[in-house]
Design a protein around this ligand. Structure first.
Ligand code: NAI
Length: 323
């Protein structure tokens, strides 16, 4: 065991009891909290060398109050909860966990899309309520049934998850439009890199897979929603603030777009008055894309490896631009 002290600020969602912290505990003296409120953070982290956070925000103010902190491991892919610039100025190494949930997130994108396309659970409910038994015909459906083959799937952000979503979309026979800052190598006739406006105008389904940054905050807003087809289905498994929620709720309620499938919201958990909770055709899951047991196991392993690597002087998965 090293002399390093490790503090897990919000360990509950990663490990609600079905995984083990034992490997992490072997690396140093370890304190694990299920949850930490913003006002508890500075006291709890005082004197610790290494902090592990999933959603607890470490902004500039907090970082400057923690002179002993040397390493911040974000137990997630998106690391927007940490002010990386301030951490870098204070010589604090910031690490994330790339790619651990790629397959699970891509799977949830299609769970949402297939739910809109065929509404399996809803139709099962109507059958159990007796509708089929009483039906005059051998078949009925209560929502439009949509075939994915031939539809255009617009992917914004073509990294690990965006690429996996494109692969699955292609296997459904969808044509892929993608928007990402750098030109990509592309040998597929059914995959086209386009500018954002073209993607918004032409896509039947739009899925967000870019990180939350100053440039992508409110990427989906009143103006960009205007470009979309009235039949468009918007899917967000990225981060809530990629979308202006009032503008999206308004567009849904006015039928400007057809449906929104959301795994992430602006604040989580959302407030009772979040307009998307009551908007027409919004389908919401409680930020579960990352949370399959397989993905959480990988996450636990890489968090532990990140801490081990930092302690041994060879930090890995470092996101500071320059340290
Ligand atoms: P990644 O870093 O592999 O890919 C992100 C891509 O977005 C990169 O190719 C980047 O060039 C591109 N990008 C950056 N700025 C852009 C812009 N302005 N417009 C278009 N593209 C832009 O990350 P990965 O693993 O694909 O994850 C993507 C995001 O998904 C994460 O940042 C995270 O916020 C979110 N996520 C959500 C989860 C959930 O449980 N709902 C779980 C894991 C990740």
């Amino acid at each position: 065991m090293s002399d390093f002290s490790i503090c897990v600020l919000d360990g509950y969602t990663l490990n609600p009891g079905d995984l083990s912290w034992d490997e992490l505990k072997k690396l140093g003296s370890c304190t694990i909290y299920d949850r930490t409120k913003p006002q508890e953070l500075v006291d709890r982290l005082a004197g610790f060398d290494i902090a592990i956070t999933n959603k607890v925000v470490l902004d500039a103010d907090k970082i400057y109050k923690l002179p002993d902190l040397k390493c911040l491991v974000v137990s997630a892919t998106g690391y927007n909860v940490v002010d990386v610039e301030s951490a870098t100025l204070k010589n604090i190494t910031v690490c994330n966990v790339p790619a651990y949930s790629t397959d699970s997130v891509a799977q949830l994108v299609f769970s949402h899309l297939l739910n809109i396309a065929q509404n399996v659970a809803y139709h099962d409910k109507t059958v159990k309520q007796g509708r089929w038994v009483k039906s005059a015909d051998f078949s009925y459906w209560e929502t439009p049934l949509i075939e994915l083959a031939g539809l255009k799937l617009g992917i914004i952000g073509f990294g690990q998850i965006g690429r996996r979503v494109a692969e699955i979309g292609r296997s459904f026979g969808m044509q892929i439009l993608l928007n990402t800052p750098r030109p990509i190598k592309n040998n597929h006739p059914d995959l086209k890199q386009v500018d954002l406006n073209t993607l918004l105008k032409e896509s039947d389904v739009i899925s967000l897979h870019c990180p939350l940054t100053d440039a992508t905050k409110h990427l989906i807003n009143k103006e960009t929603l205007q470009f979309m087809k009235p039949s468009a289905i918007l899917i967000n498994t990225g981060r809530g603030p990629l979308i202006d929620e009032n503008d999206l709720a308004d567009a849904l309620n006015k039928g400007r777009i057809s449906a929104a499938c959301l795994d992430v919201l602006y604040s989580e958990p959302p407030g009772k008055d979040n307009p998307l909770l009551t908007a027409k055709n919004s389908v919401i899951t409680p930020h579960i894309a990352w949370a399959s047991i397989a993905a959480r196991k990988r996450l636990m392993d890489v968090v532990t490896e990140n801490v081990k690597a930092f302690i041994s002087g060879n930090a890995q998965n470092v996101v500071n631009p320059k340290l």
